[in-house]
Design a binder for this molecule. Sequence first.
Ligand SMILES: C[S@@+](CC[C@H](N)C(=O)[O-])C[C@H]1O[C@@H](n2cnc3c(N)ncnc32)[C@H](O)[C@@H]1O
Length: 153
Amino acid sequence: MKHEILLLGKIKDSFIAEGVEEYLKRLQHYTKVELRYLKGKGKKGALLSTEQEGELLLANVPANAFVVALDVQGKNLSSEGLAEQVINWENTGTRSVCYLIGGPLGLSPSLLARADLRLSFSKMTFTHDMVRLLLVEQLYRAYTIKAGEKYHK
Ligand SMILES: C[S@@+](CC[C@H](N)C(=O)[O-])C[C@H]1O[C@@H](n2cnc3c(N)ncnc32)[C@H](O)[C@@H]1O
């Protein structure tokens, strides 16, 4: 199974980029996770509208992927719950899971409608970059829970 995270632009803060790299390295032991960078700006660096961002993200979702939209208003899962979801994906032969994180204005309604799961990390709003880091850390945690390892306490 492959996890693919679609990203709007590069990570701005080096401390977040380092954290993301660290968890990607650790995840290699368990699964494939790919970050795919999309150009999150229009002509002359103009910000894309929520709808334009949504279309760009949707156009890059692999066919038949299970789509997870990161959404403040989505479902709260425990880390054990995410580990169960990973097991369920594996048991049901899911080949690709695609994660979508919104830009400054959030995710478009059409994109939220396509999502198979709307996942919330809490009721607080995080930056796009912070959500990337939280996502790779929680995926790593899920795989260590699944493997019965000590990282998760
Ligand atoms: C800066 S936030 C956008 C804030 C925007 N006002 C909104 O309503 O979504 C950028 C993106 O990070 C993700 N995000 C932020 N906080 C989140 C949370 N608590 N749980 C899940 N995703 C979150 C969402 O994908 C969001 O579109």
